[in-house]
Design a protein around this ligand. Structure first.
Ligand code: NAP
Length: 525
């Protein structure tokens, strides 16, 4: 079966045989995708003209209700999505839940939050600015929805969440979405879009999907479009520097890779709640989605006296987690999504081993449960130990996009800060400590290089939302090598799909233009 593309309000197959999508356990070919022959310029123009106009004719509250409708459609088909996740991504039940339920949760969150903007159609920011000696001439800042299209170029690891975490704020803002999912796992995104289109909960042109190559899509971007990319740093650089993006000053948001840290404080010693919470979280990050999360823990920074204890505790837990065919009862860790990803992860692991010794995993004789290692794309969960600190040449730079993490012992808080910062900009760091001196020194010292910092101690316990779990109400994105992007953060995300401008004029003009405006302060409320 060749998956159809949805553009110009129609379902169209691309030309040719298309690119195959596989089952990463059996190697079986599932479906094909092709974007060949599609008129991408016309497709983008249709989205802007039809989808944009229809969405902007609605109020924020109406669009929020529309998102609730999308969530209901997806909720009703949840079992189908778990099945596709299993077949195309090798997802365990928990892995599929992370992606599919995460998508539905995010949509519901925006459906709820968007209500507060009510019957408005734009946003008024701040008070009037005095520009003359009297109030005869003043300024007022506004934010209006962009009249372009939001183009999403997504990574393979979150075909569901990656689509809807971007689409929810864009649609709520009144901007149509145009998604290009990553080819290896495009099936789930395509099926979700098909279900939503069939249900008729979005206006025509509000959502489009092109599967397969992006081809010359970016040649056709316009001044009022947004390009939101999630994927590798190499592709990000190509997108950022694309001539049309540069020439038209197109707004670009980049979510790229990251060598995130988990950091134990000096009080997180064996027997403490903080130590146990850290061990649990490192294991979870190594195994959920087989480590294929941009937010996963890649480096574990541990006070030197207990670093070996931490490594041993993580290794003991990993030993109890069967890796293999997710269709088999008891299996906790699935494969990577493709043989290509397996090869890339093993190549990255070899580079890390130039700096580090193996504590657990990396077994050349590793055999997954109920799967043929020749056909399947498994990587054994692997924990490394590196005592080279800042002299290490690979561990601070190489993101193995799989179940691999490295423990690094550190001496004092200054060294922990230096290691975390050496990541060059990360999506997230998690801190396990109840020591106010440590937390108070560490967090501000790493904050400008991290998008999110999660601090966990015994008082938080199991109530924390997870190192790798992105909450729709909190910021997602990170500086430097993480791409410099900002997503989510509740209604803050709407800012990317609006243009700020100031109108200078009489009070009467400003009153007129403010009639349909909600207070932009609500975005940060
Ligand atoms: P990738 O190879 O860069 O691909 C990402 C997307 O870009 C895919 O849809 C791909 O399409 C498309 N693409 C490739 N070349 C393109 C070009 N010249 N023009 C336009 N589009 C192009 O990345 P990936 O391997 O799918 O994703 C893994 C990476 O994503 C990891 O490094 C991970 O850390 C990062 N990631 C980051 C986040 C975050 O939120 N920060 C989330 C998830 C993943 P095709 O598949 O058709 O080639």
């Amino acid at each position: 079966m060749k998956l159809a593309n949805h553009i110009c309000g129609q379902w169209l197959e691309g030309r040719g045989e298309g690119l195959p999508l596989h089952d990463p356990v059996s190697g079986e070919q599932l479906v094909t995708v092709s974007s060949d022959g599609l008129d991408l310029a016309a497709a983008l123009e249709f989205s802007r003209r039809e989808g944009g106009a229809a969405l902007r004719a609605m109020t924020y509250a109406a669009r929020a209700a529309m998102l609730g409708g999308v969530a209901e459609v997806l909720q009703a088909k949840r079992a189908d999505y778990f099945d596709i996740s299993l077949r195309n991504s090798g997802a365990t039940e928990a892995d599929a839940g992370f992606d599919v339920d995460g998508a539905i949760f995010t949509l519901k969150s925006y459906a709820r939050a968007g209500k507060v903007l009510g019957a408005a159609r734009c946003l008024r920011e701040g008070g009037r600015v005095a520009l003359a000696k009297t109030d005869v001439f003043q300024g007022q800042h506004f934010l209006v929805p962009l009249s372009g299209v939001a183009i999403f170029i997504n990574a393979f690891n979150f075909p569901a969440w990656g689509l809807w975490e971007k689409a929810a704020p864009a649609l709520l803002a009144g901007v149509p979405v145009f998604v290009k999912p990553a080819t290896p796992t495009a099936w789930l995104a395509q099926r979700m879009v098909a279900d939503v289109v069939e249900a008729g909960v979005l206006p025509t042109g509000a959502i489009s999907i092109v599967c397969g190559s992006a081809r010359e899509l970016l040649d056709h971007v316009g001044e009022c479009d947004v390009v939101s990319f999630t994927g590798s740093a190499d592709t990000a650089a190509r997108i950022r520097n694309h001539p049309a993006v540069v020439a038209r000053s197109v707004r670009v948001n980049i979510e790229a890779d990251s060598v995130n840290s988990a950091i134990l404080g000096p009080d997180a010693v064996p027997g403490s709640a903080e130590f146990d919470l850290a061990v649990k979280e490192v294991v979870r990050e190594l195994t959920v989605k087989a480590g294929q999360k941009c937010t996963a823990i890649r480096r574990v920074l541990v006070p030197a006296p207990v670093a070996r204890d931490l490594a041993a505790a993580v290794a003991a837990r990993l030993a109890g987690m069967p890796v293999g065919n997710p269709r088999t009862a008891g299996v906790r860790v699935g494969p990577l999504v493709s043989k290509a990803q397996q090869a890339a992860a093993l190549e990255g692991l070899a580079r890390l081993r130039e700096d580090a010794e193996v504590v657990y995993g990396a077994d050349p004789g590793f055999m997954p449960v109920d799967a043929d290692p020749q056909q399947a794309a498994f990587v054994q969960p692997t924990l490394l130990f590196c005592d080279k600190g800042l002299a290490a040449r690979q561990v601070h730079d190489v993101e193995v996009f799989g179940p691999v993490a490295t423990v690094l012992p550190y001496g004092d808080v200054a060294e922990a800060v230096a290691f975390a910062r050496r990541g060059g900009g990360s999506l997230v760091a998690s801190v396990y400590s109840a020591d106010p001196a440590f937390v108070g020194a560490l967090v501000p010292a790493i904050a400008d290089l991290h998008g999110r910092i999660m601090v966990v101690d015994a008082s938080v316990g199991a109530n924390h939302t997870g190192h790798g779990n992105v909450m729709p109400t909190c910021l997602h994105g990170g500086p430097g090598r993480a791409g410099g992007g900002e997503e989510l953060g509740g209604l803050r995300a709407l800012a990317m799909y609006h243009r700020r401008h100031v109108v200078q004029g009489s009070a009467a003009v400003l009153d007129l233009l403010s009639r349909e405006a909600a207070d932009a302060a609500l975005l940060g409320a």
